[in-house]
Write a protein that binds this ligand. Structure first.
Ligand SMILES: [Zn+2]
Ligand SMILES: [Zn+2]
Length: 290
């Protein structure tokens, strides 16, 4: 599939396998348009060796991906996935500014101290009202959009990961979120990892994708690969989701020669491949963290 995969990890984060070079190789074999390596930024305020590299490893990570970027100009980008946590915004900002990232994926994985998508912390769902979890989550995602830290927001409806759905349609909340995202000018990824989690669908849902399209918000693609063989996984399905929502183009990131953040350009979505249904694959780990 001639699409870029801007969301991939590496063994440095402590819950993935493979080197950035192996992910780049997988992207070349899969015939992708480009690959962005976007491993987890050191977790703030406290490191967790199962969730991200440590701050002292960041320079090595960046150096390694920059070498690949130089070896495959225009094909490899240096990205990073950063957690949005209101109490660590200024620390995150200085870490992000300390390195020449082409782009930053912003993700909300925590509500306060609760890592709601962490299989080790699932008991947190039993002590909360699920609608409140969703409302609080979308509020934080809106803040993340407005923080100015991020190019792309990751897995926009991640709270559905384990199958916990709100009991009502969150119309007001979603309208407000679309407005905030649109004003902030960030892109949203279609993230295929959700297909391999208990919820068994991509992030975000088809209904949210329709709203994004309605608000003219650009989309990108990400597999959230935590193993090299997951690079570009289910991208035919993802392209089908984009087309079904009314998209005919997607955002590509163009590295800035002066060392700043990448520019964003619109590229035509490839046509559906005939004879190959947009069916997602079925293999994969069911409970790992995205
Ligand atoms: Zn991860
Ligand atoms: Zn994530």
């Amino acid at each position: 599939m001639r699409l870029p995969d801007y969301h991939t990890h590496s063994a440095r984060c402590g819950h993935a396998s493979g080197t950035p070079a192996e992910y780049v190789k997988a992207a070349r074999v899969a015939g992708l348009l480009a690959i962005g390596v976007a491993d987890h930024l050191p977790l703030l305020p406290e490191p967790d060796p199962e969730l991200s590299m440590e701050a002292c490893e960041l320079g090595d990570y960046v150096g390694e991906v920059l070498e690949l970027k130089a070896a495959f100009p225009g094909f490899v980008l240096l990205g990073v996935e950063a957690d949005y946590r209101p109490e660590t915004v200024s620390e995150a900002r200085s870490l992000l500014e300390s390195q020449p990232f082409d782009y930053v994926i912003g993700s909300v994985h925590h509500l306060g101290d609760w890592g709601f998508d962490d299989p080790r912390q699932m008991e947190g769902y039993s002590s909360r009202k699920i609608d409140d979890v969703w409302v609080d989550y979308f509020e934080l995602v809106g803040e993340a959009a407005e923080s100015g830290l991020f190019t792309i927001l990751g897995h926009l409806d991640l709270v559905k990961k384990f199958g916990y759905r709100p009991t009502r349609v969150l119309n007001t909340e979603l309208d407000r979120l679309m407005e905030r995202i649109s004003r902030a000018g960030v892109a949203i990824e279609i993230n295929t990892a959700g297909l391999h989690k208990p919820v068994k669908e991509a992030y975000p849902s088809a209904a949210i994708l329709l709203r994004l399209r309605g608000a003219d918000i650009p989309i990108t693609f990400g597999s959230d690969a935590h193993r090299p063989e997951e690079v570009g996984r289910d991208f035919a399905h993802a392209a089908g989701l984009a087309r079904a929502a009314g998209y005919d183009s997607f955002a590509t990131l163009e590295p800035d020669a002066a060392g700043g953040r990448a520019g964003v350009r619109q590229t035509q979505l490839p046509a559906a491949e005939t004879g190959r249904p947009d069916e997602p694959g079925r293999a994969g780990n069911a409970a790992g963290r995205p």
